[in-house]
Design a protein around this ligand. Structure first.
Ligand code: CTP
Ligand code: CA
Length: 225
């Protein structure tokens, strides 16, 4: 048997990626959402596939095509995403939560289109489930990667999320920085790890950011063996 050099560093690993925004319905024609386009999450799913992993991508509504060779599940709300993530969590080795999950949803969803009436209109929102925090409580062998899109105090918030959600890594980016954030093809991120160290990556295409994140995850998993 001949052996070839391979960069299939994630061969045999099951990788679960979430991507895109969620939509929280207000009535049959309206919803609350955010500016996530899914590019970073889809890039991660494709990079994990290229590194030889079995990849499940759970995606909120995006305009991106489903990546070839990746099991893609389309969802709408935070609750839908939560349920689908839980179905795939236990046999995953690496979970990467790139999705921009809504923190709140309308408490009351109207059956019919809401008609305009008064000048002021108040919508009551309620909290959604924090998917990553739930995974952090339930994890056994899974390596958990969260994302943090911040506009200020990136380091403080990233470290807080690492601890609060019991994640193994937080990928943080300042979304108001040029070349980073929503809808761009590039990103500038810092990886915050459990041991308190951090790794800053330069401005890179999201495809390259994805590979660097997965290489770092691979090194961390190897270090555990
Ligand atoms: N996340 C999640 N479920 C939620 C909210 C967030 O799984 N309901 C995940 C995101 O996918 C991301 C990480 O948690 O990987 C951090 O998301 P972020 O919105 O930055 O953190 P929050 O805890 O919601 O804090 P805040 O929005 O107040 O900064
Ligand atoms: Ca949030």
């Amino acid at each position: 048997e001949q052996h070839f050099a391979t960069n299939e560093i994630l061969k045999g690993k099951k990788v679960l990626v979430t991507a895109g925004p969620t939509r929280e319905k207000l009535d049959p024609v309206r919803f609350f959402s955010n500016h996530s386009t899914g590019k970073m999450g889809y890039a991660l799913a494709e990079a994990a596939r290229d590194f030889g992993a079995d990849v499940v991508l759970i995606s909120g509504p995006t305009s991106l095509p489903s990546p070839a060779g990746v099991q893609t599940i389309r969802v709408e709300s935070a609750q839908d995403m939560y349920e689908n993530v839980m179905n795939h969590f236990h046999d995953s080795d690496i979970v990467i939560k790139t999705a921009a999950v809504a923190d709140y949803r309308p408490k009351y969803v109207a059956d019919n289109k809401i008609k305009k009436q008064q000048e002021d209109y108040t919508v009551v929102l309620e909290r959604t489930v924090d998917i990553l925090q739930t995974l952090g409580k339930q994890k056994t062998h899974q390596f958990l990667v969260g994302f943090a899109a911040e506009t200020n105090d990136v380091e403080r918030y990233a470290k807080d999320k690492l601890a609060r959600k019991n994640a193994d890594m937080i990928v943080a980016n300042n979304v108001v920085q040029e070349g980073a954030g929503f809808g761009t093809d590039t990103n500038i991120v810092t990886l915050f790890k459990r041991d308190g160290t951090e790794k800053q990556l330069p401005l890179l295409p999201k495809s390259e950011v994805a590979k660097e994140i997965l290489r770092e995850v691979h090194r961390e998993i190897e270090g555990r063996l």
